[in-house]
Design a protein around this ligand. Structure first.
Ligand code: L5W
Ligand code: ZN
Length: 544
């Protein structure tokens, strides 16, 4: 509905002289009856519905005589029929309530041949002294004249509902409503579909319709409003009234930091569901609710503020996954781990006191830690980068997760953890041993500090941990550290990504990694000093 602007009129003013020319209710549009009705009112503020030439909001002292009851209200309306342009007989009282200020509000709906016009509510407000002080709502002066057809429906409401389901292309047998599970789902329940007869205005024509409401949450959130012509069954109008869409919220991470979040609103609930990555799938975050079944349920919030302490793990998993996506896209033009826009799913609150995180071949999984060894592991951006890099490695080099290729796989995850979160050469420090400052799970610059070798002379032979993949990764980690120190992060990350995605294979060992990195270096920077620096880094850890 188009609304005009509000203009104030002082009583007794020559009508029109105070009206700005831009006013929707230009005085020349008012008929003499309207003018004279308004002149009898005092201190009128008014807004007009321009196209129908009826007031949509009037306030002031609108009634001369006291209006003590509904009958008096009706006769006030009748005496002002020329102003409102509708037959008072067609206004049906649907509510009357007196508020704590002593004002009484009379609610009417306009009808055509006894059938209500959809949305045509009109309210008369009187103060405690029985003066009408405001009138507002939606009036349809041409409803009778432009009413199409008869007031008798040819369709039954069952037939109308069938037409509505057909129109939206959903089989009612396949929908799930959000009723509690104890409600029997043997048939489409009243909650899922409703129908009522209304007159519906479309392009100034008035149709007798069934307003059919179809509400369900699966296969997608819906609150369809379908207007089915009651005579010929055609669809006069239809829209889904569910408020849906991408939005931004916020929350606090594991260590209390404020984070902006890309979220999604559906049916009044906010999801950690990020649809903002162009040409890509989504980034979604779930919770296992301290169980172990995956993928778990969506992490949600009722007001888009993920601020509860228990939501810290969800906030960081979501926020950090977005950061890692952005790193791979902006630095390597890689669109998600599969370079084809795959959805990045994380599940937090996995198990109880679980001191680990992993990529399970299709998603990330994070424990909460026991609070001694670890805080919730998604709180470490380098940990999140480590896990997503396992997915990248799987889809590129495919390094087998055992012995040297496995240690190389682990090292790639740590090294890209550094690239995503530079600043220090430590791994996991943000969530590792919360009671102890300055320590970490691993160090790339000083692997020995956390029990890892940094030279082939100290290679650790074991049958546990798939041949010591988390131990021997210290050797390639140290080579990466030496390379970064020598040629800088920017060249090193390009070399590493190129080697991982083009030259390493599932069985690559340390020596093959050296060859792959040197080939990538030669491709990108030739065989001069940069090349020599990379070779030297590997020489220093005993791989030559
Ligand atoms: C952090 C703790 C262990 C790193 N995965 C790892 O291979 C870790 C997962 C999360 O080394
Ligand atoms: Zn790992």
């Amino acid at each position: 509905m188009k609304k005009g602007i509000v203009v104030a009129l002082a009583t007794g003013l020559a009508f029109g002289s105070a009206l700005p020319t831009a006013s929707a209710a230009s005085t020349k549009d008012l008929n003499p009856e309207q003018k004279s009705a308004l002149e009898k009112m005092e201190n009128v503020k008014q807004t007009w519905e321009k196209e129908r030439n009826v007031p949509s909001f009037l306030s002031g002292k609108l009634s001369k005589d006291k209006v003590g009851n509904e009958k008096a209200v009706k006769s006030f309306l009748k005496s002002n029929e020329g102003l409102f342009n509708v037959n008072t007989k067609n206004l049906k009282l649907i509510g009357e309530n007196t508020d704590e200020l002593g004002m009484t509000h009379y609610e009417y709906v306009q009808t055509v041949k006894g059938v209500e016009i959809d949305g045509a509510k009109f309210i008369v407000h009187k103060d405690e002294n029985d003066n009408i002080v405001a009138i507002n709502g939606d009036l349809h002066p041409n409803a009778d004249k432009n009413f199409k057809g008869s007031s008798q429906a040819k369709l039954s409401d069952k037939q109308a509902m069938k037409k509505a389901w057909k129109h939206i292309g959903v089989n009612p047998k396949n929908v799930v409503s959000d009723e509690p599970s104890f409600v029997k789902k043997s048939k489409v329940s009243d909650q899922v579909e409703k129908s009522e007869k209304v007159v519906y205005e479309k392009d100034n024509a008035y149709h007798l319709t069934y307003k059919v409401q179809l509400q369900f949450i699966d296969p997608y959130p819906a609150n369809w409003q379908v207007y089915v012509d009651a005579e010929d069954g055609s669809i006069v109008d239809a829209y889904n009234a569910v408020t849906e869409g991408a939005t931004t919220g916020y929350g606090y991470g594991v260590n209390g930091g404020y984070k902006d979040l890309n979220t999604y609103l559906s049916s009044g609930t906010y999801y950690l569901y990020d649809t903002t990555k162009a040409m890509s799938g989504v980034i979604e975050t779930r919770t296992a609710n301290n169980g172990t079944s995956l993928p778990g349920s969506y992490a949600v919030d009722s007001n888009n503020a993920f601020t509860a302490a228990s939501q810290g793990a969800e906030v960081d998993a979501h926020y950090n996954a977005g950061k890692v996506y952005d790193y791979y896209k902006s630095t390597h033009n890689r669109n998600s781990f599969d370079n084809n826009g795959a959805t990045i799913r994380s599940t937090v609150h996995y198990g109880s006191n679980y001191n680990n995180a992993f990529w399970n071949g299709s998603q990330m999984v994070y424990g909460d830690g026991d609070g001694q060894v670890f805080d919730p592991l998604s709180g470490g951006l380098d940990i999140v980068a480590h896990e997503i890099t396992h997915a990248v490695t799987e889809r590129t080099a495919g390094l087998q997760y055992k012995n040297q290729s496995g240690a190389l796989n682990e090292s790639m995850s740590d090294v890209f953890g550094y690239f995503v979160e530079p600043g220090d050469y430590l791994m996991g420090e943000d969530v590792y041993t919360p009671g102890q400052a300055g320590d970490a799970l691993r160090s790339m610059s000083n692997p020995e500090a956390y029990g890892q070798p940094s030279h082939m002379d100290d290679y650790y032979y074991t049958s546990s941990d798939n041949g010591g993949v988390h131990t021997n990764s210290g050797i390639p980690n140290k080579a990466a550290y030496l390379t970064i120190q020598s040629i800088g992060k920017s060249k090193t990350e390009k070399i590493y990504y190129r080697a991982l995605s083009l030259y390493m294979t599932p069985t690559s060992d340390f020596s093959d990694a050296r060859s792959a990195l040197l080939q990538a270096t030669s491709d990108l920077y030739g065989t001069g000093s940069t090349y020599n620096s990379v070779a030297s880094a590997w020489n220093q850890v005993g791989v030559n």
